[in-house]
Design a protein. Structure first.
Lengths: 114, 113
């Protein structure tokens, strides 16, 4: 079982460049979300989706866009990369409703913006 | 504002020792989850605690949810090198109500063989 797959695993961008981080899940989960992990700050929610065609902002959405055209895919777009976006990005999917749920995370994308 | 403070931030112990890590908040949480994250991987769920005062055991790991549902602890008995990792507590991110999580800053545990 693949679970949650993120690509790429590593990426270096120049300031001002744009890119898309890919996330795909094969568990037919309704809920998907993007987090960023920075040293000493835990994971913070960027954007999330409760189903195909429905997305919303999380705690730190500025500089990022998302879309959800299918249940399986939830890409994260960086519009104009800034050094402050250097981080490790995790995509997660989950089923049912809190607390009877479990978030399944991908392996992460380590992004460096120079 | 939600806040989950974890302590200690770093912990390095010898194999076979016992340890406890803590997750504290000024707010009441309906429930909390504990995750473990290994280097280069995403977090993996260990347990969900729902009821105040609840104790759950997972082999050598014992999780407790405080009576007032403002704190939780994780106790590991006879730690092994395979326990090495970042331990994260998490609660529901109340602004979204969509299974999204609010994470603590984590305890990084190293178990030395």
């Amino acid at each position: 079982n693949a679970g949650v797959t993120q690509t790429p695993k590593f990426q270096v961008l120049k300031t001002g460049q744009s890119m898309t981080l890919q996330c795909a899940q094969d568990m037919n989960h309704e809920y998907m979300s993007w987090y960023r992990q920075d040293p000493g700050m835990g994971l913070r929610l960027i954007h999330y989706s409760v189903g195909a065609g429905i997305t919303d902002q999380g705690e730190v959405p500025n500089g990022y866009n998302v879309s959800r055209s299918t249940t399986e895919d939830f890409p994260l777009r960086l519009l104009s990369a800034a050094p402050s976006q250097t981080s490790v990005y995790f995509c997660a999917s989950s089923y049912s409703k809190w607390p009877n749920t479990e978030a399944f995370f991908g392996q992460g994308t380590r992004l460096t913006v120079v | 504002t939600q806040l989950l403070e974890q302590s200690p931030q770093f912990l390095s112990i010898q194999e076979g020792e016992n340890l406890t890590v803590y997750c504290n908040s000024s707010s009441v949480f309906s429930s909390l989850q504990w995750y473990r994250q290994e280097p280069g991987e995403g977090p993996v769920l260990l347990v969900t605690v729902v009821t105040g005062g609840e104790v759950k055991k997972l082999k050598r790991l014992t999780f407790q949810f405080g009576d007032a549902r403002k704190d939780s602890s994780l106790h590991i008995t006879a730690a092994q090198p395979g326990d090495t990792g970042l331990y994260l507590c998490a609660g529901p991110l109340d602004q979204t109500g969509a299974n999204n999580l609010f994470f603590g800053t984590g305890t990084r545990l190293t178990v030395i063989p």
